[in-house]
Design a protein around this ligand. Sequence first.
Ligand code: WT7
Length: 569
Amino acid sequence: MFNIGSYDERIKDFNWSISEQELGYKPGSVINIGWYCSDRLCEMGGADKPALIWEGFGGKEKQYTFNDVRLASNTIGTFLRELGIRDEDRVCIFLDRNPELYLSFVGILKIGAIAQPLFSAFGDESLHVRLENAETKAIITQKKHVSKVRKIRDSLPHLEHIIVVDYDGKRPLQEREVAFSLETATPVESLEIFPTHAESPSVLHYTSGTTGQPKGVKHVHYSLISQYLTAKWVLDLKEDDIYWCTADPGWVTGTSYGIIGPWSMGITQCVLDSGFSAEAWYRFIEKNRVTVWYSAPTAIRSLMKAGDEVVAQFDLSSLRHLASVGEPLNSEAVIWSEKVFGKAFLDTYWQTETGSMMISNYPGMRIKPGSMGKPFPGITAAVLDPNTHEPITETGRIGLIAFKPGWPAMMRTYWNNEATYQSKFVNDWYLSGDRASIDPEGYFWFTGRDDDVINTGGHLVSPFEVESALLEHEAVAESAVVAKPDEVNMEVVKAFVVINPEFEAGGDLELKIMNFIRKRLSPLAMPQEIEYVDSLPKTRSGKIMRRLLHAQEWGEEIGDISTLEDDDA
Ligand code: WT7
Protein backbone atom coordinates (compact mmCIF):
# COMPACT_ATOMS: atom_id res chain seq x y z
CA MET A 1 0.00 0.00 0.00
CA PHE A 2 1.22 3.50 -0.77
CA ASN A 3 1.49 6.14 1.97
CA ILE A 4 -0.77 8.46 0.05
CA GLY A 5 -3.51 5.84 -0.25
CA SER A 6 -5.54 7.24 -3.12
CA TYR A 7 -4.80 10.66 -4.57
CA ASP A 8 -8.43 11.23 -5.46
CA GLU A 9 -9.48 10.55 -1.88
CA ARG A 10 -6.71 12.69 -0.41
CA ILE A 11 -7.63 15.81 -2.31
CA LYS A 12 -11.10 15.77 -0.78
CA ASP A 13 -11.17 17.72 2.50
CA PHE A 14 -7.38 17.95 2.65
CA ASN A 15 -5.98 19.89 5.56
CA TRP A 16 -2.36 20.50 6.58
CA SER A 17 -3.38 19.64 10.13
CA ILE A 18 -2.85 16.01 9.07
CA SER A 19 0.85 16.77 8.98
CA GLU A 20 0.76 18.87 12.15
CA GLN A 21 -0.88 16.03 14.04
CA GLU A 22 1.53 13.38 12.82
CA LEU A 23 4.40 15.59 13.91
CA GLY A 24 2.74 16.36 17.24
CA TYR A 25 2.84 20.07 16.50
CA LYS A 26 0.20 22.32 18.01
CA PRO A 27 -0.34 25.64 16.26
CA GLY A 28 1.27 28.42 18.23
CA SER A 29 3.77 26.19 19.99
CA VAL A 30 7.49 25.74 19.41
CA ILE A 31 8.55 24.12 16.11
CA ASN A 32 12.24 23.58 15.42
CA ILE A 33 13.33 21.62 12.36
CA GLY A 34 16.67 20.73 13.96
CA TRP A 35 14.90 19.07 16.88
CA TYR A 36 12.50 17.28 14.54
CA CYS A 37 15.42 15.86 12.55
CA SER A 38 17.30 14.46 15.54
CA ASP A 39 16.09 14.61 19.17
CA ARG A 40 12.50 13.71 18.39
CA LEU A 41 13.48 10.52 16.59
CA CYS A 42 15.65 9.49 19.53
CA GLU A 43 12.80 10.17 21.94
CA MET A 44 10.58 8.00 19.78
CA GLY A 45 12.95 5.05 20.09
CA GLY A 46 15.00 5.59 16.92
CA ALA A 47 18.29 6.59 18.58
CA ASP A 48 20.24 3.62 17.21
CA LYS A 49 18.77 3.64 13.73
CA PRO A 50 21.19 4.74 11.00
CA ALA A 51 20.37 8.26 9.83
CA LEU A 52 23.25 8.85 7.42
CA ILE A 53 25.35 6.45 5.39
CA TRP A 54 28.04 8.54 3.77
CA GLU A 55 30.57 7.66 1.10
CA GLY A 56 33.28 9.99 -0.12
CA PHE A 57 35.96 9.85 -2.78
CA GLY A 58 37.89 6.61 -2.88
CA GLY A 59 35.13 4.67 -1.13
CA LYS A 60 35.72 6.19 2.31
CA GLU A 61 32.68 5.54 4.48
CA LYS A 62 31.05 6.91 7.61
CA GLN A 63 27.79 6.10 9.34
CA TYR A 64 25.74 8.09 11.82
CA THR A 65 22.73 7.01 13.85
CA PHE A 66 19.99 9.45 14.82
CA ASN A 67 21.65 9.68 18.21
CA ASP A 68 24.92 10.58 16.49
CA VAL A 69 23.08 13.29 14.55
CA ARG A 70 21.58 14.55 17.80
CA LEU A 71 24.98 14.69 19.53
CA ALA A 72 26.92 16.13 16.59
CA SER A 73 24.34 18.84 15.98
CA ASN A 74 24.37 19.66 19.72
CA THR A 75 28.13 19.91 19.58
CA ILE A 76 28.16 22.18 16.53
CA GLY A 77 25.28 24.24 17.90
CA THR A 78 27.10 24.76 21.18
CA PHE A 79 30.31 25.70 19.41
CA LEU A 80 28.47 28.30 17.31
CA ARG A 81 26.73 29.70 20.38
CA GLU A 82 30.03 30.05 22.17
CA LEU A 83 31.34 32.01 19.21
CA GLY A 84 28.43 34.38 19.71
CA ILE A 85 26.02 33.17 17.04
CA ARG A 86 22.45 34.00 18.01
CA ASP A 87 19.00 33.33 16.61
CA GLU A 88 18.44 34.70 13.12
CA ASP A 89 22.17 35.15 12.49
CA ARG A 90 23.08 33.76 9.08
CA VAL A 91 25.54 30.89 9.07
CA CYS A 92 26.74 29.82 5.66
CA ILE A 93 27.63 26.18 5.02
CA PHE A 94 30.27 26.07 2.31
CA LEU A 95 31.29 22.45 2.27
CA ASP A 96 31.52 19.55 -0.08
CA ARG A 97 28.91 16.95 0.59
CA ASN A 98 30.63 15.64 3.67
CA PRO A 99 28.90 14.66 6.92
CA GLU A 100 29.64 18.04 8.53
CA LEU A 101 27.38 19.68 5.97
CA TYR A 102 24.36 17.65 7.06
CA LEU A 103 25.17 17.75 10.76
CA SER A 104 25.89 21.46 10.92
CA PHE A 105 22.66 22.19 9.05
CA VAL A 106 20.78 20.55 11.91
CA GLY A 107 22.96 22.26 14.52
CA ILE A 108 22.43 25.73 13.06
CA LEU A 109 18.66 25.28 13.07
CA LYS A 110 18.69 24.02 16.64
CA ILE A 111 20.13 27.29 17.94
CA GLY A 112 17.62 29.30 15.91
CA ALA A 113 20.21 30.63 13.48
CA ILE A 114 19.55 30.67 9.73
CA ALA A 115 21.31 28.07 7.59
CA GLN A 116 22.64 29.43 4.31
CA PRO A 117 23.96 26.47 2.31
CA LEU A 118 26.02 27.34 -0.76
CA PHE A 119 27.37 25.03 -3.43
CA SER A 120 31.06 24.46 -2.66
CA ALA A 121 32.09 24.76 -6.30
CA PHE A 122 31.13 28.44 -6.31
CA GLY A 123 34.03 30.76 -6.98
CA ASP A 124 34.84 33.66 -4.71
CA GLU A 125 32.69 36.18 -6.61
CA SER A 126 29.59 33.99 -6.45
CA LEU A 127 30.24 33.44 -2.78
CA HIS A 128 30.81 37.12 -2.19
CA VAL A 129 27.51 38.44 -3.52
CA ARG A 130 25.56 35.92 -1.47
CA LEU A 131 27.42 36.52 1.79
CA GLU A 132 27.23 40.26 1.31
CA ASN A 133 23.52 40.23 0.62
CA ALA A 134 22.77 38.03 3.62
CA GLU A 135 25.23 39.87 5.91
CA THR A 136 26.37 36.42 6.93
CA LYS A 137 28.03 36.24 10.33
CA ALA A 138 29.85 32.90 10.11
CA ILE A 139 30.86 30.48 7.39
CA ILE A 140 31.55 26.79 7.94
CA THR A 141 34.04 25.56 5.37
CA GLN A 142 37.00 23.25 4.80
CA LYS A 143 40.68 23.65 3.93
CA LYS A 144 40.03 23.09 0.26
CA HIS A 145 37.72 26.11 0.02
CA VAL A 146 39.12 28.48 2.62
CA SER A 147 41.28 30.34 0.11
CA LYS A 148 38.12 31.57 -1.64
CA VAL A 149 36.86 32.98 1.64
CA ARG A 150 40.21 34.65 2.32
CA LYS A 151 40.00 36.50 -0.98
CA ILE A 152 36.75 38.19 -0.08
CA ARG A 153 36.67 38.49 3.72
CA ASP A 154 38.10 42.00 3.77
CA SER A 155 35.07 43.37 2.01
CA LEU A 156 32.69 41.42 4.24
CA PRO A 157 32.59 43.28 7.55
CA HIS A 158 29.73 41.15 8.88
CA LEU A 159 31.63 37.92 8.45
CA GLU A 160 33.06 37.42 11.92
CA HIS A 161 33.96 33.74 11.90
CA ILE A 162 35.45 31.40 9.35
CA ILE A 163 35.14 27.89 10.73
CA VAL A 164 37.38 25.23 9.25
CA VAL A 165 36.14 21.68 9.90
CA ASP A 166 39.23 19.76 8.76
CA TYR A 167 42.05 21.91 10.02
CA ASP A 168 45.24 19.88 10.29
CA GLY A 169 47.53 22.41 11.94
CA LYS A 170 49.94 22.46 9.00
CA ARG A 171 49.55 26.11 8.13
CA PRO A 172 48.63 28.84 10.57
CA LEU A 173 45.04 29.96 10.69
CA GLN A 174 44.48 33.51 9.62
CA GLU A 175 42.36 36.35 10.94
CA ARG A 176 38.80 35.39 11.95
CA GLU A 177 39.55 31.71 11.27
CA VAL A 178 38.86 29.05 13.85
CA ALA A 179 39.19 25.28 13.73
CA PHE A 180 36.39 22.93 14.68
CA SER A 181 36.56 19.18 14.40
CA LEU A 182 33.66 16.88 15.11
CA GLU A 183 36.12 14.08 15.66
CA THR A 184 37.98 15.75 18.49
CA ALA A 185 35.27 17.95 20.02
CA THR A 186 33.70 16.67 23.22
CA PRO A 187 30.18 15.55 22.32
CA VAL A 188 27.56 17.76 23.91
CA GLU A 189 24.87 15.64 25.51
CA SER A 190 22.31 18.35 25.92
CA LEU A 191 21.70 21.60 24.17
CA GLU A 192 18.97 24.05 24.91
CA ILE A 193 17.06 24.21 21.67
CA PHE A 194 16.09 27.70 20.65
CA PRO A 195 12.29 28.00 20.83
CA THR A 196 11.64 28.85 17.20
CA HIS A 197 8.02 29.22 16.14
CA ALA A 198 6.23 28.66 12.86
CA GLU A 199 7.34 31.95 11.34
CA SER A 200 10.93 31.92 12.64
CA PRO A 201 13.39 31.95 9.74
CA SER A 202 15.20 28.68 9.06
CA VAL A 203 16.93 28.41 5.71
CA LEU A 204 18.16 30.93 3.15
CA HIS A 205 18.68 29.57 -0.37
CA TYR A 206 19.98 31.73 -3.18
CA THR A 207 18.42 31.42 -6.62
CA SER A 208 19.08 33.23 -9.88
CA GLY A 209 16.63 35.44 -11.73
CA THR A 210 16.78 37.17 -15.09
CA THR A 211 17.95 40.51 -13.81
CA GLY A 212 19.84 41.69 -10.80
CA GLN A 213 21.76 39.73 -8.24
CA PRO A 214 20.74 36.29 -7.00
CA LYS A 215 17.85 36.40 -4.59
CA GLY A 216 17.89 34.95 -1.09
CA VAL A 217 14.76 32.88 -0.62
CA LYS A 218 13.76 33.01 3.04
CA HIS A 219 12.10 29.94 4.52
CA VAL A 220 10.68 29.39 8.00
CA HIS A 221 10.48 26.47 10.43
CA TYR A 222 6.84 25.86 9.57
CA SER A 223 8.00 24.64 6.14
CA LEU A 224 8.50 21.29 7.85
CA ILE A 225 4.74 20.72 7.71
CA SER A 226 4.88 20.64 3.88
CA GLN A 227 8.25 18.92 3.59
CA TYR A 228 7.31 16.08 5.93
CA LEU A 229 4.01 15.27 4.25
CA THR A 230 5.23 15.58 0.67
CA ALA A 231 8.20 13.34 1.50
CA LYS A 232 5.77 10.85 2.94
CA TRP A 233 3.17 10.89 0.19
CA VAL A 234 5.21 11.59 -2.93
CA LEU A 235 8.50 9.88 -2.09
CA ASP A 236 6.47 7.20 -0.29
CA LEU A 237 9.18 6.82 2.37
CA LYS A 238 8.65 4.00 4.86
CA GLU A 239 10.35 2.84 8.04
CA ASP A 240 12.79 0.40 6.41
CA ASP A 241 13.66 2.41 3.35
CA ILE A 242 17.19 3.31 2.31
CA TYR A 243 16.74 6.61 0.59
CA TRP A 244 19.10 8.38 -1.78
CA CYS A 245 18.60 12.00 -2.79
CA THR A 246 21.31 12.82 -5.30
CA ALA A 247 21.02 16.61 -4.94
CA ASP A 248 23.60 18.80 -3.24
CA PRO A 249 22.17 20.76 -0.28
CA GLY A 250 23.51 23.91 -1.94
CA TRP A 251 20.15 23.66 -3.69
CA VAL A 252 16.74 23.37 -2.14
CA THR A 253 16.19 19.74 -3.18
CA GLY A 254 19.21 18.79 -1.11
CA THR A 255 17.77 20.40 2.03
CA SER A 256 13.98 19.95 1.70
CA TYR A 257 14.33 16.33 0.57
CA GLY A 258 17.99 15.58 1.30
CA ILE A 259 17.72 16.48 5.00
CA ILE A 260 14.43 17.80 6.37
CA GLY A 261 11.78 15.57 4.75
CA PRO A 262 13.50 12.21 5.22
CA TRP A 263 15.06 12.87 8.63
CA SER A 264 11.87 14.29 10.13
CA MET A 265 10.34 10.94 9.16
CA GLY A 266 13.24 9.03 10.72
CA ILE A 267 14.38 7.61 7.39
CA THR A 268 17.89 6.28 6.74
CA GLN A 269 19.48 8.15 3.90
CA CYS A 270 22.71 7.75 2.04
CA VAL A 271 24.95 10.33 0.44
CA LEU A 272 27.58 9.86 -2.23
CA ASP A 273 30.14 12.62 -2.41
CA SER A 274 32.09 11.75 -5.50
CA GLY A 275 31.92 12.63 -9.16
CA PHE A 276 29.27 11.28 -11.45
CA SER A 277 29.62 8.06 -13.38
CA ALA A 278 26.93 5.53 -14.21
CA GLU A 279 29.02 2.70 -12.73
CA ALA A 280 29.65 4.58 -9.47
CA TRP A 281 25.96 5.37 -9.08
CA TYR A 282 24.72 1.85 -9.79
CA ARG A 283 27.38 0.39 -7.53
CA PHE A 284 26.24 2.74 -4.76
CA ILE A 285 22.62 1.62 -5.16
CA GLU A 286 23.64 -2.03 -5.19
CA LYS A 287 25.91 -1.73 -2.18
CA ASN A 288 23.49 0.20 0.00
CA ARG A 289 20.37 -1.59 -1.25
CA VAL A 290 18.79 1.78 -2.04
CA THR A 291 15.01 1.54 -2.17
CA VAL A 292 13.88 5.10 -2.90
CA TRP A 293 15.83 7.29 -5.27
CA TYR A 294 15.20 11.02 -5.89
CA SER A 295 17.23 12.43 -8.76
CA ALA A 296 17.16 14.79 -11.72
CA PRO A 297 16.50 14.53 -15.47
CA THR A 298 20.05 15.40 -16.51
CA ALA A 299 21.42 12.59 -14.36
CA ILE A 300 18.83 10.22 -15.78
CA ARG A 301 19.69 11.22 -19.35
CA SER A 302 23.38 10.71 -18.59
CA LEU A 303 22.60 7.24 -17.27
CA MET A 304 20.59 6.57 -20.42
CA LYS A 305 23.55 7.61 -22.49
CA ALA A 306 25.84 5.26 -20.59
CA GLY A 307 23.69 2.45 -21.94
CA ASP A 308 21.54 -0.47 -20.82
CA GLU A 309 24.49 -2.87 -20.59
CA VAL A 310 25.92 -0.99 -17.62
CA VAL A 311 22.62 -1.34 -15.77
CA ALA A 312 22.71 -5.10 -16.31
CA GLN A 313 26.05 -5.40 -14.53
CA PHE A 314 24.52 -4.45 -11.18
CA ASP A 315 21.85 -5.81 -8.91
CA LEU A 316 19.43 -2.93 -8.62
CA SER A 317 16.51 -5.04 -7.48
CA SER A 318 16.26 -3.12 -4.19
CA LEU A 319 14.83 -0.08 -6.00
CA ARG A 320 11.17 0.35 -5.16
CA HIS A 321 10.34 3.94 -6.01
CA LEU A 322 11.99 6.61 -8.22
CA ALA A 323 11.28 10.32 -8.51
CA SER A 324 12.79 13.26 -10.35
CA VAL A 325 12.90 17.05 -10.13
CA GLY A 326 14.56 20.15 -11.48
CA GLU A 327 13.85 20.29 -15.19
CA PRO A 328 11.47 18.80 -17.69
CA LEU A 329 11.55 15.02 -17.48
CA ASN A 330 11.11 13.94 -21.07
CA SER A 331 8.88 10.96 -21.79
CA GLU A 332 11.83 8.99 -23.27
CA ALA A 333 13.56 9.09 -19.89
CA VAL A 334 10.41 7.90 -18.12
CA ILE A 335 9.93 5.05 -20.56
CA TRP A 336 13.60 4.10 -20.42
CA SER A 337 13.66 3.97 -16.63
CA GLU A 338 10.63 1.73 -16.63
CA LYS A 339 12.38 -0.56 -19.08
CA VAL A 340 15.74 -0.84 -17.33
CA PHE A 341 14.83 -0.41 -13.65
CA GLY A 342 11.33 -1.83 -13.85
CA LYS A 343 10.14 1.47 -12.32
CA ALA A 344 9.35 4.76 -13.97
CA PHE A 345 10.83 7.96 -12.57
CA LEU A 346 7.92 10.02 -11.32
CA ASP A 347 8.27 13.69 -12.17
CA THR A 348 7.84 16.31 -9.46
CA TYR A 349 7.71 20.05 -10.02
CA TRP A 350 8.51 22.79 -7.54
CA GLN A 351 10.97 25.62 -6.90
CA THR A 352 13.32 27.07 -4.35
CA GLU A 353 10.54 29.57 -3.66
CA THR A 354 7.85 26.96 -3.06
CA GLY A 355 10.04 25.04 -0.61
CA SER A 356 8.20 21.79 -1.22
CA MET A 357 6.73 19.78 -4.09
CA MET A 358 3.80 21.46 -5.81
CA ILE A 359 2.85 19.33 -8.81
CA SER A 360 3.74 15.66 -8.88
CA ASN A 361 3.04 12.19 -10.06
CA TYR A 362 1.93 10.04 -7.13
CA PRO A 363 2.51 6.39 -6.39
CA GLY A 364 -0.52 4.51 -7.62
CA MET A 365 -1.73 7.28 -9.93
CA ARG A 366 -1.67 6.68 -13.66
CA ILE A 367 1.43 8.32 -15.15
CA LYS A 368 1.42 10.10 -18.45
CA PRO A 369 5.08 10.20 -19.47
CA GLY A 370 6.11 13.80 -20.09
CA SER A 371 3.54 15.29 -17.72
CA MET A 372 4.47 16.78 -14.34
CA GLY A 373 1.33 15.28 -12.82
CA LYS A 374 -1.20 16.98 -10.58
CA PRO A 375 -1.12 19.47 -7.69
CA PHE A 376 -0.33 18.09 -4.25
CA PRO A 377 -3.43 17.90 -2.03
CA GLY A 378 -4.07 21.30 -0.50
CA ILE A 379 -2.32 23.11 -3.34
CA THR A 380 -4.45 25.28 -5.59
CA ALA A 381 -2.66 25.48 -8.92
CA ALA A 382 -3.74 27.04 -12.19
CA VAL A 383 -2.42 28.31 -15.45
CA LEU A 384 -3.22 31.96 -15.93
CA ASP A 385 -3.81 33.96 -19.05
CA PRO A 386 -0.63 36.05 -19.44
CA ASN A 387 -2.63 39.19 -20.13
CA THR A 388 -5.59 39.05 -17.79
CA HIS A 389 -4.00 36.86 -15.12
CA GLU A 390 -7.28 34.96 -14.88
CA PRO A 391 -7.19 31.15 -14.75
CA ILE A 392 -7.49 29.58 -18.18
CA THR A 393 -10.50 27.32 -18.23
CA GLU A 394 -10.18 25.63 -21.60
CA THR A 395 -7.84 22.67 -21.55
CA GLY A 396 -4.63 22.53 -23.54
CA ARG A 397 -4.05 26.27 -23.71
CA ILE A 398 -0.65 27.41 -22.42
CA GLY A 399 -0.51 29.91 -19.58
CA LEU A 400 1.49 30.91 -16.53
CA ILE A 401 1.78 28.38 -13.73
CA ALA A 402 0.43 30.01 -10.57
CA PHE A 403 -0.40 28.95 -7.03
CA LYS A 404 -2.73 30.31 -4.35
CA PRO A 405 -0.40 31.26 -1.48
CA GLY A 406 -0.84 29.62 1.89
CA TRP A 407 0.97 26.27 1.92
CA PRO A 408 3.43 25.92 4.82
CA ALA A 409 6.73 25.83 2.89
CA MET A 410 6.13 28.89 0.73
CA MET A 411 9.01 31.40 0.91
CA ARG A 412 8.29 34.33 3.21
CA THR A 413 10.25 36.94 1.28
CA TYR A 414 13.43 37.49 -0.72
CA TRP A 415 16.15 38.57 1.68
CA ASN A 416 16.46 42.33 1.66
CA ASN A 417 14.33 42.48 -1.44
CA GLU A 418 10.67 42.69 -0.48
CA ALA A 419 9.81 44.58 -3.68
CA THR A 420 10.84 41.70 -5.93
CA TYR A 421 8.99 39.31 -3.66
CA GLN A 422 5.81 41.39 -3.98
CA SER A 423 6.21 41.51 -7.75
CA LYS A 424 5.64 37.73 -7.85
CA PHE A 425 1.99 38.13 -6.84
CA VAL A 426 -0.88 39.11 -9.08
CA ASN A 427 -4.59 38.92 -8.20
CA ASP A 428 -3.87 36.75 -5.16
CA TRP A 429 -1.81 34.30 -7.19
CA TYR A 430 1.87 33.53 -6.79
CA LEU A 431 3.45 33.47 -10.26
CA SER A 432 6.05 30.73 -10.64
CA GLY A 433 7.64 32.18 -13.77
CA ASP A 434 6.96 28.96 -15.70
CA ARG A 435 4.47 28.07 -18.41
CA ALA A 436 2.31 24.98 -18.80
CA SER A 437 -1.00 23.69 -20.04
CA ILE A 438 -3.52 21.46 -18.30
CA ASP A 439 -5.13 18.51 -20.05
CA PRO A 440 -8.76 17.41 -19.66
CA GLU A 441 -7.84 15.05 -16.84
CA GLY A 442 -6.09 17.78 -14.85
CA TYR A 443 -2.50 16.77 -15.64
CA PHE A 444 -0.02 19.63 -15.99
CA TRP A 445 2.35 19.75 -18.99
CA PHE A 446 5.38 21.99 -18.61
CA THR A 447 6.21 24.01 -21.72
CA GLY A 448 8.98 26.36 -20.60
CA ARG A 449 9.97 29.28 -18.49
CA ASP A 450 8.34 32.64 -18.80
CA ASP A 451 11.64 34.49 -18.44
CA ASP A 452 15.17 34.29 -19.82
CA VAL A 453 16.59 32.18 -17.01
CA ILE A 454 18.56 29.20 -18.31
CA ASN A 455 18.01 25.79 -16.74
CA THR A 456 21.14 23.79 -17.43
CA GLY A 457 21.15 20.34 -15.94
CA GLY A 458 18.59 21.45 -13.37
CA HIS A 459 20.55 24.51 -12.29
CA LEU A 460 19.21 27.95 -12.89
CA VAL A 461 21.62 30.36 -14.49
CA SER A 462 20.94 34.05 -14.73
CA PRO A 463 21.87 35.38 -18.18
CA PHE A 464 22.49 38.70 -16.46
CA GLU A 465 25.20 37.25 -14.23
CA VAL A 466 27.02 35.70 -17.18
CA GLU A 467 26.64 38.83 -19.29
CA SER A 468 28.00 40.97 -16.46
CA ALA A 469 31.02 38.73 -16.07
CA LEU A 470 31.66 38.92 -19.81
CA LEU A 471 31.31 42.70 -19.86
CA GLU A 472 34.05 43.00 -17.30
CA HIS A 473 36.51 41.68 -19.86
CA GLU A 474 38.23 44.46 -21.78
CA ALA A 475 37.54 42.91 -25.16
CA VAL A 476 33.79 42.63 -24.65
CA ALA A 477 31.65 45.56 -25.72
CA GLU A 478 28.23 43.90 -25.51
CA SER A 479 26.93 40.49 -24.67
CA ALA A 480 23.74 38.48 -24.64
CA VAL A 481 23.43 35.08 -23.04
CA VAL A 482 20.77 32.51 -23.89
CA ALA A 483 20.15 28.78 -23.71
CA LYS A 484 21.05 26.50 -26.56
CA PRO A 485 19.73 22.94 -26.88
CA ASP A 486 21.75 20.05 -25.50
CA GLU A 487 21.06 16.35 -25.54
CA VAL A 488 21.91 15.64 -21.90
CA ASN A 489 21.62 18.95 -20.07
CA MET A 490 18.59 19.99 -22.10
CA GLU A 491 19.92 23.54 -22.13
CA VAL A 492 23.46 24.87 -22.00
CA VAL A 493 24.72 28.43 -21.82
CA LYS A 494 25.61 30.22 -25.03
CA ALA A 495 27.04 33.73 -25.19
CA PHE A 496 26.80 36.19 -28.05
CA VAL A 497 29.54 38.77 -27.85
CA VAL A 498 30.30 42.01 -29.67
CA ILE A 499 33.98 42.75 -29.28
CA ASN A 500 35.63 46.11 -29.00
CA PRO A 501 37.16 47.32 -32.27
CA GLU A 502 40.73 47.16 -30.99
CA PHE A 503 40.39 43.43 -30.39
CA GLU A 504 40.28 40.70 -32.95
CA ALA A 505 38.12 37.62 -32.80
CA GLY A 506 39.95 34.36 -33.20
CA GLY A 507 43.34 33.33 -31.89
CA ASP A 508 43.22 32.67 -28.19
CA LEU A 509 40.73 35.42 -27.40
CA GLU A 510 37.94 32.96 -26.61
CA LEU A 511 40.17 31.03 -24.24
CA LYS A 512 41.22 34.25 -22.54
CA ILE A 513 37.63 35.37 -22.08
CA MET A 514 36.64 31.94 -20.79
CA ASN A 515 39.45 31.89 -18.24
CA PHE A 516 38.54 35.38 -17.17
CA ILE A 517 34.89 34.62 -16.48
CA ARG A 518 35.65 31.23 -14.93
CA LYS A 519 36.93 33.06 -11.88
CA ARG A 520 33.70 34.98 -11.56
CA LEU A 521 31.11 32.30 -12.24
CA SER A 522 30.00 28.97 -10.89
CA PRO A 523 31.24 26.16 -13.16
CA LEU A 524 27.61 25.44 -13.99
CA ALA A 525 27.12 28.91 -15.43
CA MET A 526 30.06 28.71 -17.84
CA PRO A 527 29.11 29.20 -21.49
CA GLN A 528 29.65 26.18 -23.71
CA GLU A 529 30.04 28.46 -26.68
CA ILE A 530 30.88 32.04 -27.50
CA GLU A 531 29.69 33.41 -30.80
CA TYR A 532 31.06 36.72 -32.04
CA VAL A 533 28.54 38.99 -33.68
CA ASP A 534 28.68 42.49 -35.13
CA SER A 535 25.65 43.67 -33.20
CA LEU A 536 22.88 42.41 -30.96
CA PRO A 537 19.14 42.72 -31.59
CA LYS A 538 17.69 45.42 -29.35
CA THR A 539 14.37 47.02 -28.46
CA ARG A 540 13.78 50.67 -29.25
CA SER A 541 14.88 51.59 -25.76
CA GLY A 542 18.07 49.60 -26.16
CA LYS A 543 17.24 46.45 -24.21
CA ILE A 544 18.79 43.34 -25.70
CA MET A 545 16.21 40.95 -27.13
CA ARG A 546 17.44 37.66 -25.78
CA ARG A 547 14.27 35.96 -26.89
CA LEU A 548 15.13 36.55 -30.51
CA LEU A 549 18.53 34.93 -30.13
CA HIS A 550 16.90 32.13 -28.15
CA ALA A 551 14.40 31.46 -30.91
CA GLN A 552 17.24 31.34 -33.41
CA GLU A 553 19.12 28.76 -31.37
CA TRP A 554 16.06 26.56 -31.03
CA GLY A 555 14.97 26.95 -34.63
CA GLU A 556 11.69 28.50 -33.54
CA GLU A 557 9.44 30.99 -35.20
CA ILE A 558 10.50 34.41 -34.07
CA GLY A 559 6.91 35.65 -34.05
CA ASP A 560 5.74 39.18 -33.72
CA ILE A 561 8.81 41.36 -33.35
CA SER A 562 6.81 44.52 -32.70
CA THR A 563 5.65 43.13 -29.35
CA LEU A 564 9.20 42.18 -28.52
CA GLU A 565 10.33 45.66 -29.34
CA ASP A 566 7.82 47.15 -26.96
CA ASP A 567 8.55 44.65 -24.29
CA ASP A 568 10.55 46.73 -21.90
CA ALA A 569 9.03 45.42 -18.70
C1 WT7 B 1 12.70 25.85 -11.68
C2 WT7 B 1 12.98 25.93 -10.22
C3 WT7 B 1 12.87 22.57 -6.71
C4 WT7 B 1 13.83 21.70 -7.15
C5 WT7 B 1 15.01 22.17 -7.90
C6 WT7 B 1 14.85 23.36 -8.75
C7 WT7 B 1 12.31 24.17 -13.23
C8 WT7 B 1 11.73 22.31 -11.61
C9 WT7 B 1 10.70 20.94 -12.91
C10 WT7 B 1 9.99 19.90 -13.57
C11 WT7 B 1 10.10 21.17 -15.54
C12 WT7 B 1 11.06 22.06 -13.67
C13 WT7 B 1 11.24 25.25 -13.36
C14 WT7 B 1 11.23 25.87 -11.99
N1 WT7 B 1 11.72 22.89 -12.83
N2 WT7 B 1 11.12 21.13 -11.65
N3 WT7 B 1 9.60 18.79 -12.93
N4 WT7 B 1 9.72 20.06 -14.89
N5 WT7 B 1 10.77 22.17 -14.98
O1 WT7 B 1 14.66 24.51 -7.99
O2 WT7 B 1 16.49 26.00 -8.80
O3 WT7 B 1 14.37 26.96 -7.81
O4 WT7 B 1 14.38 25.87 -10.05
O5 WT7 B 1 13.20 24.63 -12.23
O6 WT7 B 1 11.62 26.17 -14.32
O7 WT7 B 1 10.72 27.17 -11.95
P1 WT7 B 1 15.02 25.90 -8.63
